[in-house]
Design a protein around this ligand. Structure first.
Ligand SMILES: C[S@@+](CC[C@H](N)C(=O)[O-])C[C@H]1O[C@@H](n2cnc3c(N)ncnc32)[C@H](O)[C@@H]1O
Length: 287
């Protein structure tokens, strides 16, 4: 899930390496392994190295999980707009060669992705707009390779034990994920539907699968940090909410080992086909 994550202000544009490190094992446990068989079946059968393009790679967490599961020699192109994260990602995926690209992934076209055998991403789609996801689907299907786009927020969390304020905080958080910022309307929980439709319009076959974080007493540090970001984002959206009081209650639950959290995400696999693309609907909101 993409709360501000140890960066200070909720909705911050930068992601702290400490937050990405804290979530890496929960991400790894959550990833949908049932998409791997269909993915392997659609990888190009070329004799050379498989080129995997990791969009919004952060410190390379997806590569550390996926590379060893593909069973072929690989070269990873690690692409992010944050040069500090890219520096950490470089050489941080065992068993593969890497190169880094600094810049905005929403500017990529099919020609840029030429030669890629797989485009992958993790915890990225929900940060994008409708038009940006549409353009990515255009670029990826134009390049003719599969896409594995993982860990997009689904807009649903379950906290146990129940608290009467949970639903209001969850609704405010989801509204924050769909906020307008810098003239862009973020997709948040609508990202997987938007991506599915964007790929299907271009004739790709799409499968999605749940990839929830399941945090129990053994994940107290991550759960506490997630709670802080979740509540802060909800209160940015709804300053009238009793954020301090609710957060104190929930952090007490967490510290006492009595809080479990399920944060729902979805992974998506898109496989291009030769069918001609369908008509493109109008974008919702602004870019
Ligand atoms: C939530 S982090 C996920 C990082 C990594 N994929 C992971 O799973 O640990 C989102 C990443 O996407 C990058 N990012 C977001 N929007 C981007 C854009 N338009 N162009 C390039 N990178 C972007 C951020 O810098 C950040 O590293």
């Amino acid at each position: 899930m993409n709360a501000a994550g140890m960066t200070g202000a909720p909705g911050a544009e930068r992601f702290a390496p400490g937050w990405l490190e804290l979530r890496e094992s929960a991400d790894a446990a959550a990833r949908a392994t049932d998409l791997l068989g269909p993915l392997r079946a659609h990888l190009p059968a070329s004799p050379g190295r498989l080129v995997v393009w990791d969009l919004g790679c952060g410190t390379g967490s997806l590569g550390r999980w996926l590379a060893g599961r593909l069973d072929v020699p690989q070269h990873w192109i690690l692409h992010d707009r944050d040069p500090d994260l890219l520096e950490r990602a470089r050489d941080a995926i065992p068993g593969v060669t890497t190169e880094t690209r600094a810049g905005d992934i929403t500017r990529l076209g099919a020609a840029d992705l030429a030669g890629a055998g797989l485009v992958a991403a993790s915890a990225l789609l929900d940060l994008l707009t409708f038009d940006e996801v549409d353009a990515l689907a255009e670029a990826i299907t134009g390049a003719g390779c599969p896409a594995l786009l993982t860990l997009s927020v689904a807009g649903r969390v379950e906290l146990d034990p129940y608290d009467p304020a949970d639903a209001e905080f969850a609704a405010a958080f989801n509204a924050h994920q769909r906020r307008e910022t810098g003239g862009r309307s973020l997709l948040g929980p609508d990202a997987v539907t938007a991506a599915t439709e964007a790929f299907e319009r271009r004739g790709a076959a799409v499968r999605t699968s749940p990839s929830p974080w399941r945090l129990g007493p053994g994940d107290a540090a991550l759960a506490a940090e997630w709670l802080r970001g979740w509540v802060a984002a909800a209160c940015e959206e709804r300053p009238d909410l009793p954020g301090e009081e609710y957060l104190r209650r929930r952090l007490d639950d967490c510290a006492a080992g009595r809080l479990s959290v399920v944060v729902h995400h979805r992974d998506l696999l898109a496989v291009p086909s030769c069918r001609p693309p369908g008509p493109r609907p109008k974008a919702r909101g602004t870019r």
